[in-house]
Each structure stands twice: as structure tokens, then as C-alpha cells.
Design a protein around this ligand. Sequence first.
Ligand SMILES: [Zn+2]
Length: 284
Amino acid sequence: MFSKNDYLQIKSGIIDSHAHLQLEYCADEPEKCGTADLETLKEGQRQVIQRSLQANVKQIVNPGVDLKSVAELLELAESHEQIYVGLGLHPHNAKDWTEEAEHSLRKAAEHPKVVAIGECGLDFYYNNSSQESQFQALRRQMRLAKELGKPLIIHCRDAFPQLKELLLEEGHGLKGVLHCFTGSPADLSAFEEFDLYVSFSGIVTFPNAKSVQAAATVVRKERLLAETDCPYLAPQKVRGKRNEPAYVWLVAEKLAELRSADLSEIAETCSNNARALFGLPEVK
Ligand SMILES: [Zn+2]
């Protein structure tokens, strides 16, 4: 991955604050996710998790996007000490939000490895669910997160002003993360008044992602997180491949370059911040 393997010696390791590890995402190539056969997916998942451990990735937060994967997410976290769960409805699936859905998420969130509500949010780029249903599902998940005292994992694409409006209504007492941040420094400053962390994915490594890179240089140190959002968005050095938690180091490397910091400092910062946000235990 790097010319030198120094990242393996970094004591803090690193945390992938947002990775999708459900079976359906563990095909060999990103395009085959969802269609590969079960044995291939199982083997892919085993290897992805094993490589993350070999790559000094200490913990992983695996957020759900729909209701059908809740049981699988919990089982995966039960069989892997380092994996934690977020439970929520992605804006693409916001149309599935019902009282019953809310009830089953609230119940499932009692599991000790559930550390967040989400991912949820607004996606006005794809609009796979109506904007009205996206607002409704996000509002209810904001309330659920506050009720349960858990952070909210927020996905936001082409909807920063609308997200801010909703946060002004519902965001008091809410903490969370703007995951896979794709905005500019100006977008970032619009959210300063809220208790939000900012997480960068492989997008920050793309040569044309200048405004995201500019945002990554100005995020306050105590708010910075790194993630892969795998299986998509593999960092530049491995672009086009199926993404996986081991590659979170490539995101951290870019953050170090942009912020003129050492890789070890970024790794420690992102790990400490992820632990603080999600309430994860220390790992030796
Ligand atoms: Zn995601």
C-alpha cells in the first residue's frame, strides 16, 4: 500500500469510522456487490476483515442503511470484537420509514455493540426517496438518537442548507458526524454551531477534490475523523478496486499531507476522536 510499512508500527493504530461490511458488499469488485454468490461473498468478507487486522485497523464502525440488514449487522459485531454497529435508514431508503420501522430500530439499538443511529440523512443528488420522506426519516432518527443518547451518522449530498435547517429545529443536544464530507470550507463553517465531527473518505485523495481538500485542512483537530465508506470510493492509489477498511490509512496519509502533520499524529487524532464520539473502548 505504501512504499514503507511504517503505519504498522503506529501504536494507536487507526479506526475506520464508517465501513460497510455486510456480505452483499464483500464481492471482489465493487460492481459485483449484490450479485456475487454467497460463498464468494463470505470468503471476501473474511479476507477484508482479516486484512484490516493485519493493517493495524483497531476498530471499525459498520453502519446500516436499511432494515433488512439489522440482524446481520448485529451478528457480525458479535463475532468480531473490533466491529461496532450503527442502525438507521439511509436517505435512499427513507420511504421505508414507518412507526414499525422506528420501533424495531429502537429495540435493536439496545444491543451493546450499537454505538450510533444512522446512517441517515439527505441525498438530493439521487433522490431515491422523495425529499419529504427523507426529511421525515431524518427528523425521526435525530429524535431517536437524542432519546437514546447515541451519536447520529449523517449522510448529506447536495442538501447542506436543508440539513442545517433541520438541525436548527432538532439538533439541540444532538451529537454526530457529517460522514463522507464532500463540502467546501464554507459548507463546513455553516455547521460550526452544532456538536458534529467531520469524517473524510477516499474522496479527499482524488486530485480534483480541491474544495474537499481545503475543508480537510481547516477542520478542527478535535473534530477530525477518517473513514473508507467501503466498498465504494477507494482512495486514489487503489481507485477502481473494491474499497476496504485497510485503505483508511490512505485517507489518513492524505489528511497528514494536507494538514502538514505526521501520519502517526493523524492516526492518533482520528482514533481518539472516533472513540470519544462512539464511546468505543481503548484497544491495546
Ligand atoms: Zn455509508
